[in-house]
Write a protein that binds this ligand. Structure first.
Ligand code: GDP
Ligand code: MN
Length: 393
């Protein structure tokens, strides 16, 4: 694609023609992703070397609206400085409406690698045809009235549905094996000092998380029963060494002999999916496909407000070997209102961590979520893949 945008001058050097520049610009504006991506950058900023250094077939990925630009740039700045400028992995931005000129130009300049802008097709964003619009409208109003977090927002349901069943099928992402999900307005508190994609691949991991906490129960009233139906219908997909015990609780109180949290029911623990580093082929595989379709048909993405975090977590916990999931202890991360920072002072010092989030007034932002009551991390150590460092400090 880029070669069609340049021509050889009489002296043999490569020039960009004004017509082609205009064409690239238009392509960027009308959201034509292929042309907008490579060409726009090469034409506008030809001297920046954007060749990838990192060895993995991987990309950073961000779902965002045009109005998220400032927050997107803040997240990018930190992730580029702390990690990606040493590797120059590309960025894929996704949106259900075309990104505007400002968004494309500023994110392209912030990125060290190539940037791609994907327009999400309507059928991957809007509710599936079998969703009853009247029932959806009614349930949005009830959820809003009942104070369910993000309960009244149709767009939020589209977003969670997309992140659960469609992001990994977007055209550009088909080219990659690994993704690193980034959200606007997050912070990375420490230098990475290694390539997390390589770390996962070399250690036979499929997915990595930083924060594990409990979900709001009123967003997922019938999720677990739907998962139970899935398990009954497709026992062949359950991994023999799965992490079912991480997401279900059967401990009883010592004194009373009563269950602490449900009885073999989902305990609401989930990997906080605003940070994810994972293998796209897991989501594109047969087992996840069956799982997502089963959940989708049940309608809970729209009639309730199922989040992509519990949906991802339950699938990972059931379909993978628990040892294929990695907790990154050493990546400091903040997404309001929670921060996780390495507990070890040595790690914090050597990775130049700043374990204080922007929002200093917020007490939660200064405390690592790992020691909070809502954290599921100790449960992951007990019932997941244990606690160990994979990287060298
Ligand atoms: P929270 O993390 O659950 O509080 O939800 P956010 O508001 O941060 O949204 C999660 C991600 O989806 C972020 O990357 C947002 O930029 C993105 N997002 C949320 N709603 C929309 C939307 O309507 N359109 C697009 N394109 N992105 C959205
Ligand atoms: Mn967010």
């Amino acid at each position: 694609m880029p070669e069609t945008l340049s021509y050889k001058s009489r002296f043999g050097s490569t020039k960009k023609s004004p017509e082609l520049l205009a064409k690239a610009h238009d392509a960027a504006l009308d959201g034509s992703p292929k042309l907008a991506s490579n060409s726009y950058l090469e034409v506008r900023f030809p001297r920046i070397n954007r060749n990838q250094i990192g060895k993995e077939n991987a990309t950073l990925v961000m779902l965002a609206r045009n109005l998220d630009l400032e927050g997107a740039l803040k997240s990018m700045r930190l992730l580029e400085d702390r990690f990606n400028r040493h590797y120059r992995y590309p960025w894929v931005f996704m949106n259900e409406v075309p990104f505007d000129d400002d968004f494309i130009e500023h994110t392209s300049l912030m990125a060290s690698g190539k940037t791609y802008y994907e327009l999400i097709p309507d059928e991957d964003w809007e509710p599936p045809a079998f969703i009853d619009e009247n029932k959806l409208q009614h349930n949005l109003r009830t959820a809003e009235a009942n104070g369910v977090i993000y309960g009244g927002l149709r767009s939020y349901r589209n977003m969670c549905h997309f992140n659960s069943g469609h992001f990994y099928k977007q055209k550009k992402l088909l080219e990659f094996e690994w993704y690193f999900r980034v959200e606007p307005d997050v912070e990375y508190m420490c230098d990475f000092q290694y390539d997390p994609f390589t770390l996962l691949r070399k250690n036979g991991k499929k997915y990595g998380f930083v924060i594990a906490i409990q979900e709001y129960e009123d967003t997922i009233p019938t999720l677990w029963e739907t998962v139970e139906e899935f398990m009954e219908k497709y026992p062949q997909y359950l991994h023999p060494n799965n992490a079912l015990n991480f997401i279900t609780s059967h401990e009883t109180s010592l004194n009373l002999g009563i269950p602490l949290v449900g009885q073999n029911k989902y305990n609401l623990c989930h990997f906080w999916s605003n940070f994810e580093i994972g293998n796209l082929d897991f989501f594109r595989g047969e087992a996840y496909e069956a799982y997502f379709n089963h959940l989708d048909q049940a309608g809970g993405f729209y009639y309730e407000r199922w989040g992509d975090a519990p949906v991802h977590t339950i699938s990972l916990s059931l379909l993978l070997d628990k040892n294929e999931i990695h907790h990154f202890d050493d990546i400091g991360y903040y997404h309001p209102p929670y921060m996780a920072c390495p507990a070890s002072l040595d790690v914090r010092a050597s990775k130049r961590c700043i374990c204080q989030a922007r929002d200093l007034e917020d007490k939660m932002s200064r405390m690592s979520i790992d020691v909070d009551y809502y954290s599921c991390l100790s449960r992951w150590w007990r019932y997941g893949s244990g606690k160990r460092f994979l990287n060298e400090i």
